[in-house]
Design a protein around this ligand. Sequence first.
Ligand code: NAG
Ligand code: NAG
Length: 635
Amino acid sequence: MKTALALFTALVTLGQTFGASDPGLAAWHLDNLYFLSNERLDPIVAPNGVASHLHRIVGGSNFGANYNYDQYAASGCTTAAVQADDSNYWMPQLFWKENSTYTPIKAGHRFYYFLHRNKPDEPVKAFPPGLRILVGNLNAKSQAETGLPQGVFNFVCLKDHFITPSGDKSGPDFNFATDCPQGLVTTVRFSTCWDGKNLYRTDGSHMAYTDNLQFGFCPVSHPVRLPGIMLEYTWQTYNLRPGVPLKGKLVWANGDTTGYGLHADFVNGWDTDVLNQALNDPGCLTGEMTMTACPTLALHTNNQAAVACKPARGVLETVEDFKPITSLPGCNKEWSSGAKPTCSPAVPNPDVPSGLKGTDGSLVYTGPSMLPDDNDPPNTWTRKGCIGGPSSLNNSFTYSDAALTQAKCQNTCAEWGMPWAGLNAGQYCICGSDVDQSAYHWSDGQCNSPCKGDSSKTCGGNGKLEMFHNPSATTIKHAGVTDPQYIGCRRQGTTGPALTAASISYQSTMTVDFCKQYCTAQKQRYAALSLGRTCTCGNAWANNGGTPMPQDTCNVPCNGNNKQLCGSMTISLSTYDLSLPGGSSPSGGSTGITSSSTSASSAPSGAVTVTKTVTVTAACSPPAHKRRAHRDFRA
Ligand SMILES: *[C@@H]1O[C@H](CO)[C@@H](O)[C@H](O)[C@H]1NC(C)=O
Ligand SMILES: *[C@@H]1O[C@H](CO)[C@@H](O)[C@H](O)[C@H]1NC(C)=O
């Protein structure tokens, strides 16, 4: 036991970013985890059938050929000392090959749950009922073919671990050119971040690793942080052939002699209430500890029950540790490269007894949402952390404001019907419809730029967005303007005018009505007013112009009608889409702001609502255009 404890300490230290008392460092391990069965069953990959090779299985007694959470969670016992965990865990059986025989090697089993939090209030949630996780590629013959980050698999050859742990050998596969007097450790780290929707995907896409495997940050696509399982089997090679180097002697149950065909599986059978309670029990989050040192889990611990636990639904076959056999069960010839060797004649499969068969559970989660965004309150901007980079919002637009505050950016995003507001580098506001799913949540400390307009708050950081979410901000509302053809305050082009087909400038008589009339006569779709006096027309936005701006930056009254707004003295334009219905009669005088005030910020309500599709599409047409706009803003 001490052996693996030392390994454990080393692993946790690698990921350390917190002080000793911080729950961010919490991790559990369970040493009292006993053998359940060794058989060709795999309820994930081969439901109700025979798996292609042997698995060494630990956990709940209701293990069978199918997987159904309700059935598994109702197991009468589990080989895990914590009897509230009726999950099953497995990896392939390891064999020693010599003298034309294959000898199943006995193993000790344990697992770890890494409960890393990046800040004390970041939740680590219980596995959802029905979750299945499979790690690894049983056909892999190299690290690259596993498709996994380095470190998911680890092999350690224990030499004289208690006295000189530094003498242990570690490697990416099991072919050590030495013997392992205290055993061969294989560890598999499971992915930690869940998509909140799928209980299993064959491509594994329902789960993701953090940015640094297990201790880091979850990607936005997989925002639900679960305990990070590490399954560890210590194979007793020393009991079988003491002193003999491992190289060339080992083979996984599927015939793989390289070691890279390792894979491991988890099917959830936890009593979810107990696990959630433990994950929120401060006494269980004080650092590294055995599971039984957690008071909540101690109540459910019974080592005698774990030792005595046997498969309740029967077994497919029996393979005894250290008892040699002449071929690997199934069609599993030794295999070190190329295509998997076939068997002729085909190897017959055993029949699966009906007791081992059953109904499979759903592949999609239907319980109460565990997605953090789904639980955000309406009409409120909720801080979502420090996320990704400036391009991590979809359908976005950016503007800069030398006096930016969090509230100003949020108001602008709400005005434009964008539920996501990201602030960057103290002065950029980026509004978007969605967050790029591949972005990561970073630590709050990386959003450290004071807001230019309120230094008491931060507005993002170097390449990181201070992100806020408001689920209700999905409808465009331009407060204070009643004209239904009004499509908001928008940006002038960065390399020339935003509209280029026609323009006319009247020093003293410009009005919205005249400009609309003029652009109609010019047969153009859009009309834009600026500087109180200039009217430009076009059928499409040019020169990166036309992107949304805050309504209150269109603050200059028209020279010919001070009840109307004609853009700004800088880059903001008051814009109209003449193809929209309901424009006021060009000869009428009622168009424009409804207040006698000349300041838009004090304009009364009377908002016009334009559907999001119409205007946002117009504002943010091609992606290339958006990218250029971003660069120009930051130049
Ligand atoms: C293989 O045969 C040799 C020689 O008889 C013996 O020493 C060794 O233990 C055998 N290996 C196994 C795994 O039985
Ligand atoms: C956001 O944009 C990325 C990259 O263009 C795309 O892959 C993703 O599907 C988009 N997400 C949403 C929710 O539209």
